[in-house]
Design a protein around this ligand. Structure first.
Ligand code: SF4
Ligand code: SF4
Length: 428
């Protein structure tokens, strides 16, 4: 029985103690950054040429479809090349390579504004031009959620961070409470919601106390959710907080949801007139010598971030962009920290003995979306498109629970990813 169809509550060992209580390290500025010219499935058009000088905050690219997203340079220096590199989504894409001159010259791309005095139209324009995007991993341009906010009952700031090992949102919130408050109140104004809340896990006692203090006297409540996975997934969170389900978007349940780090980024843009140039990134797992949450410049090589955390603990490690459940294992560490990157988790590559499926049905029991992973895997093996469609494979959120629970140690989620890719290709 799934979380969305019954009382399935799945507690995972979060291993957050590896990084939650260590100080956050600010990494040195890298000599070179690579900025992925991609946002979700869309590519971005460069607005600079090879040889151009840029400053921190220079607009260097824009998303090139019907959604708008500007990209800003996180360093000052020279555009050296457009190069193909693998992204955190394991796709080859163009990246702008920028040589850092380490002068730290800044060009504020927009002026700070007072969100209380600004009209909602001005505020929406600000969110759009500041390049705000879903920092919970989705990376979708944020302004789109606030284009026509009608009948919004609850604006939710998602600070749940349910993915094991990751503490980037937690550390970012603890260290930037004032910016969080500004961003949350600005988003709340834009949402025109009747109520607003910041939602975190019930075991984060220190954070809950700080949030209650900072939001005292504002319309924002602090709402806690149990320590279950995937409580931070939008559908689960909306269900936990409102008891409502929806088909496509949270607005169908009267909710707009935004990530806590996105709210902090908006607070920083409003107060300091600066876009997102740095990210809180958790580097954790058995594969790294000194698990830490760090502040890294956008565009820093994953290899350099791991090295700054003491390097790999073994010659044979698996590296995931993101957490172990929803992140992707990437075959090398030459990809970069992108705007939406929250974590790098790495594990010693220990041989896993896989046995045949026991038909135990556990993967179906845990699926928060009510899917039948074992049947999807069987249909994927024989490329049975009609059955894959019937089994609604495209609605899988790749939460990883079916692999986690499988007693036969089958990577069920990977089979489902393959099925989704195959189905997407057959539609073209
Ligand atoms: S990865 Fe997909 S199929 Fe597997 S449990 Fe999560 S949502 Fe369900
Ligand atoms: S959990 Fe694993 S063994 Fe059990 S039915 Fe699913 S794939 Fe088969």
């Amino acid at each position: 029985m799934s979380l969305l169809t019954g009382p399935m509550h799945h507690h995972l060992d979060g291993h957050k103690e590896l990084t939650a209580h260590n100080p956050v390290k600010k990494l040195p500025e890298p000599d070179v950054v690579w900025i992925p010219l991609v946002n979700g499935n869309a590519s971005c058009t460069p607005l600079v040429n090879v040889g151009d000088e840029v400053k921190i905050g220079t607009k260097i690219a824009e998303r090139n479809d019907h959604f708008y997203l500007p990209l800003y340079s996180p360093v000052s220096g020279t555009v050296m090349a457009v190069e193909k590199k693998m992204t955190t989504a394991m796709k080859m894409a163009d990246h702008l390579r920028i040589q850092n001159d380490h002068k730290g010259t800044v060009e504020k791309p927009f002026a700070p504004i007072d969100y209380e005095k600004a009209t909602n139209e001005e505020l929406l324009d600000f969110v759009k031009n500041a390049g705000m995007l879903g920092l919970g991993g989705a990376g979708f341009p944020t302004y789109v959620k606030f284009l026509k906010p009608e009948n919004v009952d609850l604006f939710i700031v998602n600070g749940v961070e349910c993915e094991p090992y990751l503490t980037a949102d937690y550390k970012n919130m603890m260290e930037n409470l004032e910016l969080l408050k500004t961003g949350v109140l600005a988003f709340f104004k834009l949402s025109k919601a009747k109520k607003g809340c910041v939602s975190v896990k019930e075991d984060k006692h220190d954070l809950i106390a700080e949030l209650k203090r900072i939001f005292e006297g504002t319309p924002i409540e602090i709402r806690t959710v149990p320590d279950i996975y995937p409580a931070g997934w939008e559908r689960t969170l909306v269900l936990l907080l409102t008891g409502k389900r929806y088909d496509r978007l949270p607005i169908e349940a009267g909710c707009i949801v935004s990530n806590a780090s996105t709210a902090i980024a908006l607070g920083n843009a409003l107060v300091n007139g600066m876009p997102i140039t740095h990210k809180y990134v958790t580097v954790s797992g058995t594969g790294v010598n000194t698990p830490s949450t760090v502040i890294a410049t956008v565009g820093t090589l994953a290899h350099d971030v791991v090295e700054a955390c003491g390097g790999y603990s073994s010659d044979d490690c698996i590296l995931c962009a993101g957490g172990p459940m929803m992140g992707r294992a990437i075959p090398n560490d030459q990809f970069v920290v992108a705007l939406e990157t929250n974590g790098l988790t790495t594990f010693k590559n220990e041989p896993i003995k896989t046995v045949a499926c026991l038909r135990c049905g556990k993967c179906t029991e845990v699926c928060p979306n009510g899917l039948q992973p074992v049947r999807i895997n069987a249909a994927e093996k024989i490329k049975d498109v009609e059955t894959l469609k019937k089994l609604d494979v495209m609605s899988c959120i790749e939460c990883g629970l079916c692999s986690y629970i499988c007693p036969s140690k089958i990577d069920v989620t990977e089979g489902i990813r393959r099925a989704k890719k195959y189905l997407a290709l057959t539609k073209k």
